[in-house]
Unconditional design. Sequence first.
Length: 216
Amino acid sequence: MKLKKIAASLFTLIIAAGGLFAQQKQKDQFSTICKQLSKSKIIRGDFEQIQKNAKTGRTVNSSGKFTISAEDGMIWFTEVPVKSVMAVTKTYMVQEINGRQRKIDGSKNPTFTHMADVISSLFTGKYEEINSNFEVKCVAKEETNFGWEITLTPKDNTISSYIKEISVDCILLPSGECQIMNMKMITFTDDSTTYRLKNQVVTDNLNSDEAKYFEK
């Protein structure tokens, strides 16, 4: 009986050690991805947004261009179905439709600005900030040896009151850079917003059209 108990204990320890090793491997991989993403000061590209209502199954699509700045925030230049601009920083939001602009104090909508900060943190690889707000799972995609699926589950109460889970598809380019290609956010009501991104370019400076939305 003693031998059986010892064997059972050893088996349990081996399983636990394997789990810890897998967790550490995921942390190391996510850290490496963040280091690559953090090299991007400003990212521009094209986006397609798909918003899905969980109850009705109805989807609403939009598309346009985006800019994410590690220092400033993010801008969505929507072109379809209605031309508009949404710029979000840590302290304020700017909405522009038909040339009419409205600036909103971020303290009046902390959930929205917090979520925008989370998205910006992901794209610019802010490892510590992401880990402090989320439980992170980073798994290599089975169909390729240069892509990962990252799943983020909120630890922060402000985020968890709105978001249930964020999943991100990330690829490694031949140049060694990492890019986020898809991101899906699921709310506590199971509604979802998916972003499909392409034609991404990394640069160091904002252009004049972008900079005006980040004026202090």
